[in-house]
Design a protein around this ligand. Structure first.
Ligand SMILES: [Zn+2]
Length: 464
């Protein structure tokens, strides 16, 4: 049983009701982003910004606002010092609604918590964006609003960077970085979405693991392309474009990238080792001395943990001839690649061409992103501040760095900041984590309210 956060104040219930109402109002606005600007419902984004202004009057009164790109926002809250500025990030766009939802995806209904909800939540807010990422956005704003109500001034400059196109790798985040760079702001640390207070994170491990992403994989896409003569399907030649492409795909499948356990993964395993069941505990405790055994164990434990050990490449799209009786003159396969820290776009391209080993298969790079550098987590003041705030708010959880496999807007901030961390201060079950970008996304009301308190405490504790 998880006990309530020690940060809960006397007026906790009122705080919760007010914050939850704001989250509901913002989730109800369908801010779905799209790579094609013509497909975006701009009125929804306009309405979102109006609603935000309505719910957070003090924030809008006291913080300087710069509009970024389309609907991105960059708030500046001057602190007592500008020596160690901090950036808190979130995004206001969401992915489209997919699948069958038990409750309306933009209804933001308050419903009974499904079985197994972490943290003893009785009610949850149901809807697209509750976890990704309007929960963080609303919690950050509510924390700032509450601090302003008490007349608080932070010890350090605080910046809030809210993108409007995170889900489509848009321009808001890079433009916010450009703006900060022009103003000479070099953040002490940046905190974005990513990790969470993850319940049921490891088989057999009871406590929740508060995972803080210290690096993220680089998302890169490549197209395999084979050209040929095409022609009528009644007179095929051997090894046409489709057969050659199929062979290339199978060769890729048989050539996985080199696997190893990077330092944050070893750190994660050794931090949770004391909480693992008997036989596993011994293996995990020896993780740092026996990284090869650990790597093999992570690969054997399933795709999620295997992805923590290596660069992955998977064929996602296929294209041949448009008609059943026509031989393809071009056959293409899209490969989505997640590059692990240690590899680079160049080494990955080299691996792909060696694996395919066919000069008739062209490799076209569609998008290229390097993995993010590893932010410091060992004996570091900023990381320690995150850890101690987690310990205060979630005393039952074990905090740890980890390698994040998904991409966030914060990757752009590595250009101006050495410490980029990815953590959402919400308790999440395995089902909730799986609902992100899928269906039936929801956030517990207590999990959410405790997240507000976490951000509040973090800002209060910025050092002078
Ligand atoms: Zn997100």
């Amino acid at each position: 049983m998880v006990s309530p956060s020690p940060l809960r104040p006397l007026e906790y219930d009122a705080l919760k009701d007010r914050a939850v109402a704001k989250l509901q109002a913002l989730v109800r606005i369908p801010t779905v982003s799209d790579r094609d600007p013509d497909e975006i419902d701009k009125a929804s984004f306009d309405r979102f910004l109006e609603e935000l202004r309505h719910h957070f009057p003090l924030l809008h009164k006291h913080l300087d606002l710069t509009r970024i790109h389309t609907h991105g926002l960059l708030f500046h809250w001057p602190g007592l010092s500008d020596q160690r500025p901090v950036v808190l990030m979130a995004h206001l766009d969401v992915v489209p609604v997919e699948g069958e939802w038990q409750h309306h995806a933009f209804g933001a209904d308050l419903v009974d918590a499904p079985d197994g909800s972490p943290g003893g939540d009785k009610k949850v807010v149901w809807g697209r964006g509750t976890l990704d990422d309007k929960g963080c956005l609303t919690a950050i704003c509510e924390a700032v609003e509450r601090l302003l109500e008490r007349g608080h001034t932070p010890n350090q400059d605080l910046w809030l960077s809210f993108g409007a196109d995170e889900e489509v790798s848009g321009k808001c985040a890079p433009k916010a970085v450009e703006h900060l760079r022009e103003r000479g702001v070099r953040p002490w640390f940046v905190l974005d979405e990513g990790g969470a207070v993850a319940h049921e994170a490891f088989p057999g491990v009871k406590p929740a693991i508060a995972v803080i992403g210290v690096t993220e994989k680089g998302v890169t896409s490549v197209e395999l392309r084979v050209e040929g003569r095409g022609g009528h399907a009644s007179t095929p030649a051997k090894m046409g474009p489709t057969a050659r492409l199929a062979r290339a795909i199978l060769r890729l499948e048989k050539a996985p990238f080199h696997a190893s356990a990077p330092a944050p993964t070893i750190e994660l395993i050794s931090r949770i080792a004391p909480h693992a069941p008997g036989p596993m505990r011994a293996i995990m405790k020896r993780a740092s001395n026996r990284p090869n055994i650990l790597t093999r164990a992570l690969i054997a434990a399933g795709p999620e943990s295997a992805a923590m050990t290596r660069t992955t490449a998977t064929v996602t799209t296929l294209q041949g001839s448009p008609a059943l009786n026509v031989i393809a003159s071009t056959a293409k396969a899209g490969v989505n690649i997640r590059i692990m820290v240690g590899d680079t776009v160049a080494t990955v391209m080299d691996h792909l061409s060696r694996a395919v080993h066919d000069k008739h298969v062209h490799l076209d790079v569609i998008e290229a992103n390097e993995p993010s550098p590893i932010s410091p987590y060992d004996d570091d003041d900023a990381f320690r501040l995150l850890e101690s705030t987690i310990a205060e708010a979630f005393p039952d959880a074990v905090a740890s760095p980890y390698v994040q496999t998904g991409a966030t807007d914060s990757r752009f901030f590595t250009a101006i900041c050495e410490r980029v961390y990815r953590f959402a201060p919400f308790r999440m079950s395995k089902a909730q984590r799986q609902a992100i970008h899928s269906y039936d996304e929801y956030l517990g009301v207590d999990a959410f309210a405790e997240g507000v308190l976490w951000y509040e405490r973090l800002i209060e504790q910025l050092p002078d």
